[in-house]
Design a protein around this ligand. Structure first.
Ligand code: ATP
Length: 242
């Protein structure tokens, strides 16, 4: 499916301070229906804080977060999830004491929208078909990531927020992970992904937004953004992930 010009998510003037530090500073970005937007920037530039503000984990000090026609800025997490904003976490979060199926059921319990799909369908969609009764604690790292993704998909998201979902995967797993994310886009999902893996960004993201010190310093087609001197300088001037 191709992207349209309909904004699914539109952020304007988003600001969050921690004491004297402005972690997110009048940030703006738009995700259109059916596109993958990359949210890039050096370590500490405010990407995860931005995701936390969109998903309700943190309350903004200022700004709007429009999901369709609704400003969800400052809403509690569960309400935002019910409206169809799903996310994964930088440090993968699954419920280890439960089976894979129950992890997905936990996601489905938040789905107040029509047609989230069955537990088996959701597990199959991420490559975990037949694992419903398996304890989550037995899963490998990539399978834990898949399970977290299945739980997010159970919300039948209008927008999916991925916070470094590909981090920590080995080269062959990375190819699988990229193909999985591409399959979600092909289903028409709208995705905002924080990512440092450049191959993934190049192959998945039609557009990228770059943050530096809380501010947006670039926003445009991926190739143009990655060749922008201000972006190159922001990356070279700061320590990077391995
Ligand atoms: N709860 C908090 N309290 C105080 N400062 C915070 C808090 N969360 C984030 N920060 C600070 O806000 C800034 C932005 O952090 P954030 O985690 O959003 O960056 P990031 O771009 O996601 O970095 P990384 O790529 O390393 O994950 C950093 O200086 C960080 O130390």
């Amino acid at each position: 499916m191709t992207s349209t010009n309909t904004p699914v998510l539109k952020i304007e003037g988003l600001t969050r301070r921690f004491g004297g530090l402005v972690a997110v500073n009048e940030m703006g970005l738009t995700v259109h229906a059916g596109e993958i937007v990359g949210l890039l920037g050096p370590n500490g530039s405010g990407k995860t804080t931005a995701i936390n503000l969109i998903s309700g984990v943190l309350r903004p000090d200022a700004g709007s977060v429009m999901l369709g026609d609704t400003d969800i800025a400052g809403w509690p997490t569960f309400k935002i999830a019910r409206l169809g904003v799903a996310r994964t976490f930088q440090l993968v979060r699954v419920l280890d004491g439960m089976t894979c199926g129950d992890n997905v059921r936990a996601g489905l319990s938040f789905n107040h929208r029509e047609g989230g799909g069955s537990v088996e369908d959701l597990l199959a969609r991420v490559g975990l078909a037949g694992h419903s009764d398996r304890p989550a604690s037995e899963l490998t790292y990539i399978d834990r990531k898949r399970l977290e993704l299945a739980r997010a998909l159970a919300l039948r998201p209008r927008v999916l927020l991925l916070d470094e979902w590909l981090a920590g995967l080995n080269p062959s797993e990375l190819l699988i992970g990229i193909a999985l994310i591409r399959s979600l886009k092909d289903e028409g999902l709208s995705i905002l992904m924080v990512e440092h893996v450049m191959d993934a960004i190049r192959s998945l993201c039609s557009r990228c937004v770059v943050m530096s010190s809380g501010r947006r310093i670039a926003d445009g087609p991926t190739d143009a953004v990655l060749n922008d001197p201000a972006v190159i300088e922001a990356y070279l001037g700061a320590p990077q992930h391995a």
